[in-house]
Design a protein. Structure first.
Length: 142
């Protein structure tokens, strides 16, 4: 796997299928400010490549694709910082939505109905889910 940055690993196949893996975000792939910025920057860099036919977005952990926003970081934000955090998250969702080819989300394991689906639905209709082992409900504790 080639690293675009500290948070984005990329695997390419000759057919134009690219797998972007969210890396170094903990066992549940929690989205803090640095992870959000890194993944958005990775998506923006890949969006410039003309040979990509489909993008598979995945988490490094088999526990979840995205475990939600970093609540520990959010607990210490004032209003201005909170607005910047939410803007970053919106910009990440927009980068997925605007990606020039279809985006498939690989979502193994459990996912939290409230937070994670809200992020995934925001990026719809470009984002498609793929899994063989998805269990809806409360996320398992790590």
């Amino acid at each position: 796997m080639h690293m675009l940055n500290h948070y984005c690993g990329v695997e390419r196949d000759p057919r134009g299928v690219i797998r972007l893996t969210i890396c170094n975000a903990g066992s549940l792939n929690i989205l803090g400010s640095e992870v959000i910025d890194g993944v958005r920057e990775g998506l923006e860099a890949l969006a410039m490549e003309k040979r990509i036919r489909v993008l598979v977005l995945a988490g490094q952990s088999e526990k979840s694709m995205i475990g939600g926003a970093d609540i520990k970081e959010m607990a210490h934000l004032d209003q201005r910082a909170a607005e910047a955090f939410i803007t970053r998250l919106r910009d990440l969702c927009e980068a997925v939505r605007a990606f020039p080819v279809p985006v498939v989300a690989r979502m193994p394991g459990w996912f939290q109905i409230c937070g994670s689906v809200a992020v995934h639905r925001t990026a719809a209709p470009r984002l498609r889910a793929e899994t063989t082992a998805l269990t809806r409900g409360a996320m398992r504790s790590a």
